[in-house]
Design a protein around this ligand. Structure first.
Ligand code: SF4
Length: 214
């Protein structure tokens, strides 16, 4: 319950965020929505036109498809938490800029720290590259989970295509469905705790033994 209050307090605290230039053109900060204690968290790219107006991520056609994909594995929006890398809409829905991602990513790490999900599913390229810390695109890594530390927590990172991709390319829908079908199994998987750092014992220098000199 404390985490819920903390998450809501954090949402209220960043409602006036001006860390980057996107603050000037937004209608509102789109913090994210769903269960504040969800085991499964989705992270997309940035709010679009409708999200900016309504203050909720993933509304419109891509959001409806996300709802259908969730229903296919017996879940609904209220069972998961959905957020974006950027909390404010880039003008004209252009791609996020590196300085905007850098300014905003701290909000996402804090959300993960407070929600404490077991599985973080990244939707599309931007979120996948940021959270994996690797430049490899979604086409190569979708459907391949990896253990990692986000927001100070060990999680399973699970890259999948952005639902919008399936709106424009129908064959993607089958790929998305099959990647979604693995989510229940991933939610039941134990993630190994963070390995303890290994500190090497300092080696005390032995007095030099000069062999063979005499
Ligand atoms: S995009 Fe993020 S960092 Fe930029 S103003 Fe919005 S909440 Fe702040």
């Amino acid at each position: 319950m404390a985490a819920v209050t903390e998450l809501h307090a954090y949402r209220d605290a960043i409602a006036d965020c001006t860390r980057c230039a996107l603050a000037a053109g937004r209608t509102q900060v789109v913090f994210g929505s769903g269960d504040p204690g969800a085991d499964l968290m989705f992270v997309g790219e940035a709010p679009g036109f409708h999200e900016d107006k309504q203050g909720v991520p993933f509304v419109g056609a891509a959001g409806k498809l996300l709802d259908q994909l969730l229903a296919g594995i017996g879940l609904s929006r209220s069972d998961v938490f959905v957020a974006n890398v950027l909390k404010c809409r880039p003008p004209g829905n252009r791609d996020p800029m590196p300085d905007e991602i850098e300014a905003c990513e701290g909000h996402l790490w804090k959300q993960i720290e407070l929600i404490q999900p077991r599985v973080v599913a990244t939707l599309g390229n931007f979120a996948t590259k940021l959270l994996s810390g690797r430049p490899t695109g979604i086409t190569r890594v979708h459907g391949q989970e990896q253990e990692t530390t986000l927001g100070g927590r060990r999680v399973l990172l699970y890259p999948i295509y952005h639902p919008a991709a399936a709106l424009y390319t129908p064959r993607m829908l089958d790929v998305l469905k099959s990647d979604f079908a693995r989510i229940p199994e991933l939610l039941g998987r134990e993630v190994a705790p963070q390995p303890e750092p290994v500190f090497l014992t300092p080696v005390t220098a032995e007095p030099a033994v000069q062999l063979g000199l005499f």
